[in-house]
Design a protein around this ligand. Structure first.
Ligand code: ZN
Length: 52
């Protein structure tokens, strides 16, 4: 895995895992983690806003 990914995500390599939606590496485990990457999370929030 690209060693620059944890630095870019502001987490450790052991906390990096595939996004549940797009399978790209994201901060998947541990404190402050999310099953979705930042991009998918933003898209989901936008979709929720649009659905209101
Ligand atoms: Zn994603």
């Amino acid at each position: 895995m690209d060693a620059t990914i944890p630095a870019a995500l502001n987490c450790t390599l052991s906390q990096v895992g595939p996004c549940a939606h797009c399978r790209r590496p994201c901060h998947r485990y541990g404190k402050g983690a999310s099953p979705l990457c930042r991009t998918c999370r933003t898209e989901r929030e936008a979709a929720l806003q649009a659905a209101k």
